[in-house]
Design a protein around this ligand. Sequence first.
Ligand code: SF4
Length: 284
Amino acid sequence: KDFRNSIKPNWCPGCGDFSVQAAIQRAAANAGLTPENLAVVSGIGCSGRISGYIKSYGFHGIHGRSLPIAQGVKMANRDLTVIASGGDGDGFAIGMGHTVHAIRRNIDVTYIVMDNQIYGLTKGQTSPRSDVGFKTKSTPEGSVESSIGIMELALTAGATFVAQSFSTDLKDLVAIIEAGISHKGFSLINVFSPCVTYNKVNTYDWFKEHLVALDSIEGYDPQNRSLAMTTLMEHKGLVKGIIYQDKEKPSYQDLAHGYSKDALALQDLNLGEDTFKQLAAEFM
Ligand code: SF4
């Protein structure tokens, strides 16, 4: 159950993504998975490299498209545990349409976003998660656009598992990823993963000062959707822990039996010449 491979990550020393990689590897081991029943699909960005650093099936896709690929993998082989991953620019800008539809589809995929509130790979531009006033090369006088409240948006879109964590909280992050993997349906895990090279505002110290642990809030109940929403609004989205989980709603796999009950990857494709002729005739 060793999910380490021989490839050395080329992230900057101190990048938050190292911890996310370690957390995925530990969570997969704790969940009893083996490399041959895990697939990690990623998009483009510094964090997109993660699929190459974990010993499993891997697919480094195109910008904003980790989720369509991950959903296709899950549809083809429901026996695989599928993790999609990438950055906030990848998932919440170019990939936002896919994110919202994967959430409402409730397909059994775990989506782990490394949220550093900046585009790191392209050397530091404002991202959809940057705060108003954030200065970068693309917004030298400060961003005038609001940051996307992604957790609130996920709740509105019908999410059944919404969680947030911080890359240095390794123990908590491992537990949250394990919970996301075992959740039957789509799980969105947003991880604050500081970019030490380009984001000099949202640093490790900044998150330590601002993040509020949900388990420190008396009476917080992750099964209460409206409480989840009001808590997020009260703390401007800066909370950590499992924000909301609906264990009752069936997943896409549960509902769409006709499409996904038998893994395509495990079917006998030796259909014979007559079957191919018959299929071809249907398209003529
Ligand atoms: Fe990490 Fe930022 Fe370096 Fe990219 S540029 S590897 S996000 S620290």
